[in-house]
Design a protein around this ligand. Sequence first.
Ligand code: ZN
Length: 351
Amino acid sequence: MHFRSAVRTLAACACGFACASPSLAWDCQGHRAIALLGLDAFQQSTPDFPDWLKPESARIAAASNACEADRFRALRAPLYLTHENDPDHYLDIEKLEQFGLTLSTVPPLRYEYVRAMVVAKHEHPDNTDPYNPMMDPARRQEFPGYGAHAVMEWHGKVASSFKVVRTLEKLNDPGRQVELDAARTNALYSMGMLAHFTGDLAQPLHTTKHHHGWLGDNPEGFTTDRKIHAFIDGEVLVIHQLDYDTLKPTFKPERTAQADPWRDVLDHIQRSHDRVRDIYTQVKSGDLEKAPGKALITERLQDGGAMLGALYASAWKLSEPDAKDVEAFIRYDRWGGIKDVKPNPEARPKP
Ligand SMILES: [Zn+2]
């Protein structure tokens, strides 16, 4: 075995059913680094980058929030959050085929994607992998995962958070300072969540059914040890001393993202998936702990940061409020209490 015997045992493995599910992806060290690289990329590409995102305190807050989606996983019961949150951290590309899908034909809207899979499974039950709900109390393992959708939805939430901040800044009302502070805090939370899921998909083992060791046909004799996942998430970063400070000097933020970044996100996932075999090959040869491994993991973390910066910049461009947005915000916000708002006769439905 080429990786260190001291690799941590996943806490989830204490219970049998949890062992079949993916673990956390990059430890907080990796997610934090991707968030900070993403902020740098965003700043470099955005001439009107906001001043309130520049202080170290704001950067640290966004980076800390990049670990929040994994903290959700520490709550083991009740199961509602586990059911909703866990499959957002990955997309096992090879498992799409049994539902008649490929990465490029996955429906971009989450519930249309679910519907397509449910219909395919109903019509061709023999095509799908056996699934035993009794072994999966949180019902999170039946489908290939929602990582792409999580990124798209948090991209939208970041754009919305930015828009609220910019609307309140336009109003420039000292009486709304608390509201503005809260809006900026919300934006830092959304930015952290987007950083998490974008970072997860830069980890190749979050794009494959081989997430905890090689499955099925294995002519090349790749490891089947499930510890490979936690090793890539964290131990490899420790071995190669990879964090924001060591990744920044060679970071080239060369990604861009459209206003609707769905295709950009699919490309991001494919680039990561293309490295799955390289990871297993390097584990087998021992190269993962040497210079080739350092280069591979550096490339993955920096690509995560570059993609995140592009998504932040895309969300920023979507978030410029116009006069109508500001007017609508005031109308629905009703700051100061309902007593200050005059009834609008036109709002009454016809009897
Ligand atoms: Zn994750």
